[in-house]
Structure formats: C-alpha cells, structure tokens
Design a protein around this ligand. Structure first.
Ligand code: NDP
Ligand code: OXD
Length: 309
C-alpha cells in the first residue's frame, strides 16, 4: 500500500517532512520515483501529467493538492470511477480572505490612482466612499467565496454572492443562475471571481459580462486564468468600462515576460499566491481524510466529478 506524491520539485521539498510525519509507517513515493506502480493506492497530485493516473492500476483515491481539481480533470486519460478529494484547509481559506480583503480595499480606496500620482509627485484628492457604500459581488459563493464575503462584510462592505445552485446564506444577498447573474452584476462596483474552472465558467469574464457591471467597476480574479477573456479586459480598461483589475491567475502561468498585463497601469499582477497550499496544515487534513476513506467512514470534500468542481 503506497502513496504517490506528484508536484513540482520545490513543492516536493516543502511537503516531504510533513508527509513523512503524517504517515511515518507508509510507503511514500515522490514522483518521478514511483517504484512498482501496482502498489500505489493513493495519488496526491498537482498538475499530474496526462496519463500518470491511468498508469496506476490499483489507484483507489486521487487527492488534489489544491482546492481546484481542473488540473486533474484536464487529463484526457483520467481513469473513470476513481474518487477525487479536493483540499479544503482553514489555513488556505484564511489566506484567501486576506488576499481578497487587501485587493478589494486597494480598489475601494483608489490605491492605483494614488500610486500613479505619487510617481508624478501629484497631490490630488479623490472623492471617497465608505465600504458600506461600495457594493461587492462575489462570483463563486462556496467555501472561499463565503469566507471572503464574511471578511469583506466585517470591513463594512455591502456583499452579495452568486452560485450555481440557489442558496440562503444568512446576512448576504445571494443570486444564482443566468437571471441571478444579471442582478448581481448590475449592483457590483467591485467584482471578485472565486469560481472553479469548468466548461460553464470558462471565459465568463468577458465583454458581455463587463458591459453589465456599473461603468467604472473593477475586477479581482483569483479563480482561474481561463475565466478571463484577456483581450476583453484590455478593451474594457481602455474604454473606461472597467477602471482596474487585480489578477492572481492567468491562462499561461508563469505569465510570459512580454505579456501586456505586466506593465498595464490599471492592472495589478500577483503570481498565483492568493491562497497557497500550506503543507504543515494540509498534510494532516489529507491523512485524516485517507484514514476515514480506509475505515469506510464518510469523507468530507470528495468531489462530484460529473459537476466538474
Ligand atoms: P467551492 O466548490 O467551495 O465553491 C465553488 C463555488 O462556485 C460554489 O458556490 C459553486 O456553486 C460556484 N459555481 C460553480 N460553477 C458555477 C456556475 N456554473 N455558475 C455559478 N456558480 C458556480 O470551491 P472553493 O471556494 O474552495 O474554490 C473555488 C476556486 O478558487 C477553486 O476552484 C480554484 O479555482 C480557486 N482557488 C484559487 C486559489 C488561488 O490561490 N488563486 C487558491 C484556491 C482556490 P454551488 O454553491 O451552487 O455549488
Ligand atoms: C488551488 C490553487 O486550487 O492554489 O488550491 O489555485
């Protein structure tokens, strides 16, 4: 009974001591040293290369080393019928709350304008609102969206969330489906994307969506790069339809050096760090989930593969 770990070399070095501590008696294999593949029951993966998982004949469970599972589902050879567990870790949730609070405050308080003015030694005040006068919309009102929403609400923002299924979340206006999206967009001066990447959400941040936001609204995308139609964002910023964007995720990561986002005065780029996985807290969470799985107990955060997230 062996456990295979597959991520980047740097992540493997970070995870190794915590995995060893979580499973002192298990046969841990660190990719590319897989050993006898028939002995592997569990695969802990981040961006496994296509075909790796189907090459493990006795695999019982796939564990995503992140909250998203798009990096697993993109494998055309993904073996059918193997359950997938995604990572839900309060440490990561807290990190996302911090990131969203930072970026929403930055947009709310016109930080980009003041930085530009500072560069030009220009002393000029802009009209200022309180957070309660700033409606924020969150696309993707799941674990991370709701937690970020609560953090923003704590800062005084007027927050609403959009999800696939209708839901009641005490204290929030909630919307779902196509009609709900219109209603959410029309009220959102700052739009935060925390959606998972699925065929339904790919390219959702496009010109049609931007046109339904109040003029001059701004965007934070910490979901996935493929949610955004990059050319539509550049056009919306040029025309003033959007005033600014903060982007943590990109179609191509790392973002290529010549990409126009790097030097755009109205775009803030962060290198997919909104909520990094933290091995010290994540390894025990994964070990506990695998223990439940082996004991035949209900396992929290198993993904409905057909739903895509
Ligand atoms: P959850 O599964 O808990 O939440 C996903 C939310 O998106 C749910 O509210 C879901 O609706 C909604 N949703 C899914 N599909 C649609 C759709 N077609 N229309 C409307 N709403 C939809 O995921 P998490 O909150 O844990 O994570 C969300 C994403 O955040 C991850 O998939 C990942 O892409 C990204 N992420 C980014 C990180 C970063 O560092 N930048 C770090 C971690 C995650 P419903 O509630 O009805 O199911
Ligand atoms: C994740 C991520 O999905 O870091 O966890 O993007």
């Amino acid at each position: 009974m062996a456990i295979l770990f597959k991520s980047t070399a740097a992540a493997t070095a970070r995870w190794r001591p915590y995995l060893t501590a979580a499973w002192p008696d298990r046969d841990l294999r660190f990719w590319p040293e897989t050993g006898d593949k028939a002995a592997i029951d569990y695969a802990l993966v981040w961006h496994p290369e296509p075909g790796l998982l189907s090459s493990l004949p006795n695999l019982r469970l796939i564990v995503s080393l992140g909250a998203g599972i798009d990096h697993i589902l993109r494998d055309p050879a993904l073996p059918a019928g193997i359950p997938i567990l995604r990572l839900v870790d309060p440490h990561m949730t807290q990190a996302m709350c911090e990131y969203i609070a930072l970026q929403v405050l930055r947009l709310h308080r016109r930080d980009l304008d003041y930085l530009t003015q500072q560069a030009a030694a220009e002393w000029r005040e802009h009209k200022q609102k309180n957070a309660s006068e700033r409606p924020v919309g969150i696309l993707g009102f799941g674990v991370l969206g709701q937690a970020a929403g609560r953090t923003l609400q704590g800062l005084g923002f007027d927050v609403a969330g959009w999800s696939r299924s209708a839901k009641v979340v005490p204290g929030f206006a909630t919307y779902s489906g196509a009609e709900g999206l219109d209603a959410l967009l029309s009220r959102s001066e700052i739009l935060v994307c925390l959606l998972p990447m699925t065929p339904e959400t790919e390219g959702i941040l496009d010109a049609r969506l931007f046109a339904r936001l109040p003029r001059g609204a701004s965007l934070v995308n910490a979901g996935r790069g493929r949610h955004l139609v990059e050319a539509d964002l550049l056009a919306a910023l040029d025309s003033g339809r959007l005033s600014a964007a903060v982007l943590d995720v990109f179609r191509d990561e790392p973002l290529p050096p010549g990409h126009p986002f790097w030097r755009h005065p109205r775009i803030v780029v962060t290198p997919h760090v909104a909520a990094e996985t933290n091995p010290a807290t994540a390894a025990p969470i994964i070990a506990a989930a695998i223990a439940d799985f082996e004991a035949g107990q209900p396992v929290a955060n198993l993904v409905e593969v057909a739903r895509g997230y």
